[in-house]
Ligand binder design. Sequence first.
Ligand SMILES: Cc1cc2nc3c(=O)[nH]c(=O)nc-3n(C[C@H](O)[C@H](O)[C@H](O)COP(=O)(O)O)c2cc1C
Length: 186
Amino acid sequence: METMECILTRRSIRHFAADKEVPEEIIRELMEAVRWAPSWANTQTWEVVVVKNPDLKQKLSDTTRVNRGTQAIIEASAVMVFCSRQGVSGARDGVYATAKGDWSMFDCALACQNFCLSAHNRGLGTVYIGRFQHQEVDTLLGLPQGIESVVMIPLGYPVKEAKAPSRKALNEFVHDEKFGYRYFTD
Ligand SMILES: Cc1cc2nc3c(=O)[nH]c(=O)nc-3n(C[C@H](O)[C@H](O)[C@H](O)COP(=O)(O)O)c2cc1C
């Protein structure tokens, strides 16, 4: 699939075909896409836990409480829990180099989008699940000190196409030289 088409047609998918497993070689390909994401000083602070066990998926799903993506976690062939190692990205000799502090969440997001776009390229659906009880997930997955869950991404074969939520127009967020001056006029 051409890059722009892939970006424009990727949608959040919240329902997956039951019992349709994603082949291992595709999971490997998607993780290769994660592997090649850019990161602060190439620190690569992401860690990914692949969850297929139905009981564990149910427990992960429970941590979302009320969420549009709750069912997606259960229906997914696999749930990728993207985690990040704290205190490394954005830091030099243990001191953060910018006022933004830790950049691991930013790096993790780039890796996640590589994952989601590559999945879409293979006809697979994904959705970011960011609203859940992070500490509960950290405990369920046995994350060591210094590594925290960021986002869960259920992966599977979509049951139907999703409608695209509208987006801001370009002239609403692209500024010309100074904030508030439209770069695009249409
Ligand atoms: C950081 C982040 C967290 C998100 N968390 C959730 C979530 O908890 N539950 C959910 O159903 N969708 C979640 N989404 C999906 C967004 O709602 C979705 O991307 C947005 O509405 C645009 O739709 P689209 O992905 O189909 O273009 C999240 C997306 C991002 C980027």
